[in-house]
Design a protein around this ligand. Structure first.
Ligand code: SF4
Length: 350
């Protein structure tokens, strides 16, 4: 079993004081537009199925306008997904290409249910930098109960063909992460999952399930962000601007149903939206470590979980990585027990 001697638990507040020193007059470092919120799957841990806001697809005009505006602000990081599988957007390839030509680093994510041979080839042609493929476990029945609406074997076939085509191209891009959530039903499949996907992918993520700031029907905890430990502010508030498909800015990725809209990009500049009074209030709140002063962050377990259970990255002899995201102590021990010895994994970073 791979041993991690010390799992750090941070009680240090504001250790990155410089990053968090200003709360107003900021520009986003990363843009998070929503290509679409119409999804091909109804996953049990995702708030997407119960969204009450309108459904649609971001127009190319709106998208390109946002990319132009944020590029002028110095932003070079694009995270191109939010509340649905982005391959459901017929213009997704054109959108990635547009961002790549401008000079963005582009990251997107898919459940691979629609990852046909044609879409795989078109993705390669865009110059995409990083792709997250979310595929839970190795048991078809378990998968079907988590990724409702998708078929395990079809998805596996799609992913295997994607890797085959990538090999044939001989391209190292995109960097591919195979991601599974760690829950009671997938716990038994971790070792098989690593053996199945390690060689073809660049990285395997084993992630815990987020509570989506109280928006998840799977994890219905409220006030999950208030368990009392001191912790650092959430970098998202200083880094990301999230825009829904129809052009409304949200304070955070986890405000999935837009309970706290900042305003429309049709009426306001991105800088104004990023420095909206609510953003300033949330940043000040995080600076003061008063996470309970607004319901969005009071209900969110993200910051708590990452502070008390930091992400741990392992690397093996061949340079293949495993990222263990915010696993609690007992789950982490259980996962480390089943990481195969023969690949020589060691801790790369904590
Ligand atoms: S605490 Fe949660 S909701 Fe608040 S900014 Fe951080 S990730 Fe977003």
């Amino acid at each position: 079993m791979l041993k991690i001697n010390k799992i750090p638990r941070s009680n240090v507040v504001m250790s990155n004081a410089e990053l968090f020193s200003e709360v107003v007059g900021l520009s986003p470092k990363s843009i998070h537009p929503e290509p679409t919120n119409i999804c091909n799957s109804n996953c049990v841990f995702c708030p997407q199925p119960s969204l009450r806001r309108d459904r649609g697809i971001m127009s190319f005009n709106l998208y390109s306008r946002l990319m132009d505006e944020v590029f002028e602000l110095g932003c070079r990081s694009l995270i191109l997904y939010w509340m649905a599988d982005p391959l459901g957007d017929p213009q997704i390839f054109r959108k990635i290409e547009y961002a790549k030509v401008k000079g963005f680093d582009v990251f997107t994510s898919t459940n691979a249910g629609q990852l046909t041979a044609e879409k795989s080839k078109r993705l390669f042609a865009t110059g995409l930098d990083k792709l997250n493929i979310s595929l839970e476990g190795t048991d078809p029945d378990v998968y079907g109960k988590i990724r409702c609406g998708l078929d395990y074997q079809t998805t596996v076939n799609n992913v295997e063909r994607f890797f085959r085509l990538k090999n044939e191209r001989g391209s190292s891009k995109p960097y591919v992460v195979m991601r599974t959530v760690y829950m009671s039903t997938t716990a038994d499949s971790v070792e098989d999952y690593i053996r199945k996907w390690r060689e073809q992918s660049d990285q395997i993520d084993i992630a815990s399930v987020a509570n989506w700031a109280g928006n998840s029907d799977y994890d219905t905890r409220r006030n999950a962000g208030q368990h009392g430990i001191k912790r650092k502010p959430c970098a998202r508030l200083w880094r990301d601007i999230c825009i829904t498909w129809d052009g409304i800015a949200a304070p955070c990725f986890f405000d999935s149903d837009l309970h706290y809209p900042l305003g429309s990009v049709h009426d306001h500049s991105l800088v104004d939206l990023f420095n909206h009074p609510l953003m300033v209030e949330l940043r000040q709140m995080h600076q003061a470590c008063s996470f309970s002063n607004h319901p969005l962050c009071a209900n969110c377990d993200e910051n708590v979980a990452r502070e008390s259970n930091p992400d741990i990255k392992l690397i093996d002899r061949a340079g293949k990585r495993i990222s263990l995201e915010r696993q609690n102590k007992s789950d982490l021990e259980a996962i480390l027990q089943v990481i195969p010895d023969e690949f020589g994994y060691k801790v790369e970073s904590v």
